[in-house]
Design a protein around this ligand. Structure first.
Ligand code: MG
Length: 490
């Protein structure tokens, strides 16, 4: 990954060449690092995420796509946040002004827009969403022609146009037109139904408690579950831009109501989505939270049993996945952290499955992006075919203890600290193997520890995993102390 420093240096050269004064540059440089993060452009509405930014970003995105086509057709959609109309209108205006035609797909999950961009004749897509962030946040993410998220280099091209304001200029009679299309949700639901065994799921007569968290999933998931013949109990399935039902991130502390409800009504399964419905988290029939790497591993087991082949995931995922995939005759390829990277590698190696430990799973027969509705349909198919409770299937998976902590480190010290830790590890006798795909992953007899600098925040993340809790704790402690020392002297 290109370091923040190198990126800034490139912009320094650029701005000095264009004789912009130093103060303006400092101001821009401050904002610059914030423009495209791991998940598009995000910020607090009317502070960082303003209508001006949405307008200029619309112009930049439109100018970028105009390089390969004279009159690009761009699909745009939003999640359910209250700032969506404000940002969408500004972004549309920017796109139209540089000669793009825009099609408004309305409120919909991110993967629903991605599917429409892949299947229809759109040249790109824009989704206004801040995923699981609190309601005061919003964001803008760009989707490429094939429905995948942009590569880093493409985002940098757009940033370059944005910061240099080198937008495409079009004459008055070449500005774009705006239309609306309401078919994206049906197109998407039909596609999912064509990729699972609907009859088996219907016959199983499953009772599902669905918690959309007031997010965009509410326009898809209830309809999908009805069409799969499920008995449905719904909580937080109304669109609400203030997320009054529960905070949007599907972590255990936010899903207490769902866990209670599953037990109370005797359902087979509970399901929760995040704000833009690319991630799904499950609750078993006993009301227990199922962690994202457990549902990932469970689905991988059955997919690999049937199709063999490769599963792709970031280096931060539990070893349980690799153990299960290998025992079913498949293999795992590890990538850097970030779902667009996972998706790209999956495409390249023709993987049968992939995803992240946070409940964001990618089914290549459907599309190369995280997709909660597809994840739900596949989980129901598994329950229907196995005819066993989810808790029983989860209990058969290998057990590992994974500990995650973070440690403060100024951005300008990250590179130095990382190379120091890499040097230091060479002297450690307990180290069996190291993997430098993302940060450094150190394998020992007791388990592994991953030390990686965050791409967006001034922190290092330390993950340690072992079959034994004490051993995972020892590993995390040891590397935390080493790292603290290095941050001090770097
Ligand atoms: Mg999301």
């Amino acid at each position: 990954m290109e370091s923040e420093v190198r990126r800034l240096n490139r912009y320094t050269t650029f701005f000095i060449r264009n004789s912009i004064n130093r103060n303006t540059f400092d101001l821009l440089a401050k904002n610059m690092t914030r423009l495209f993060g791991t998940n598009g452009v995000r910020g607090v509405v009317n502070e960082d995420m303003t209508s001006e930014l949405a307008l200029k970003l619309g112009k930049a995105i439109g100018s970028y796509y105009s390089k390969s086509k004279d009159r690009p057709k761009i699909a745009i959609g939003t999640d359910a946040r209250i700032s969506n109309s404000m940002l969408k209108s500004a972004c549309i205006s920017g796109l139209l002004s540089v000669g793009c035609d825009v099609v408004d797909l309305g409120i919909l999950p991110t993967p629903t827009l991605q599917y429409a961009v892949k299947e229809k004749d759109y040249d790109a897509g824009v989704i206004i969403t801040a995923s699981h962030n609190p309601p005061q946040f919003n964001g803008i993410k760009v989707i490429d022609l094939d429905g995948t998220e942009l590569a880093k280099e493409q985002e940098e091209e757009i940033e370059k146009i944005y910061f240099s304001e080198s937008y495409r200029k079009v004459a008055w009679d070449k500005v774009g037109s705006l239309s609306r299309w309401d078919g994206a949700i049906d197109l998407y639901i039909d596609a999912i139904l064509s990729k699972v065994d609907v009859d088996s799921i219907k016959r199983a007569n499953l009772h599902v408690v669905l918690d959309c968290g007031n997010g965009a999933g509410a326009v898809v998931a209830p309809e999908l579950l009805r069409r799969l013949g499920c008995k449905l109990t719904m909580i937080n399935c109304e669109l609400d831009g203030l997320f009054r039902g529960r905070p949007s991130e599907p972590i255990p502390e936010n899903l207490e109501e769902l866990m209670k409800k599953v037990k109370e009504v005797g359902a087979d399964l509970g399901v929760a989505q995040d704000g833009d419905a690319d991630r799904a988290i499950f609750v078993d029939e006993k009301g227990n939270y199922v962690f994202g790497d457990q549902s990932f591993t469970l689905l991988a087991k059955y997919i690999v049993r049937e199709k063999k082949g490769i599963v792709v995931t970031p280096v931060s995922t539990s070893s349980a996945l690799e153990e299960v995939v290998k025992s079913e005759g498949g293999d795992v390829i590890y990538t850097r952290v970030g779902s667009p990277i996972v998706a790209r590698v999956m495409k390249k190696v023709n993987a049968v499955f992939g995803g992240e430990e946070n409940g964001g799973l990618i089914f290549p027969e459907h599309q190369y992006c995280r997709d909660s509705a597809m994840t739900i349909a596949k989980m129901l198919e598994l329950l229907a075919k196995e005819k066993r409770p989810l808790s029983e299937m989860i209990s058969e998976l290998p057990r590992y203890e994974l500990i995650k902590i973070k440690l403060h480190c100024p951005n300008d010290k990250k590179d130095k600290v990382l190379s120091m830790i890499k040097e230091r590890v060479k002297k450690e006798s307990e180290v069996k193997k190291v993997d430098e795909t993302d940060g450094i992953k150190i394998y020992t007899e007791e388990g592994w520890v991953l030390v990686r600098p965050s791409g967006t925040e001034p922190i290092f993340r330390i993950f340690a995993e072992s079959r034994d809790r004490d051993k995972a704790e020892r590993l995390v402690e040891k590397y935390k102390e080493l790292l603290e020392e290095m941050v001090r002297v770097a």
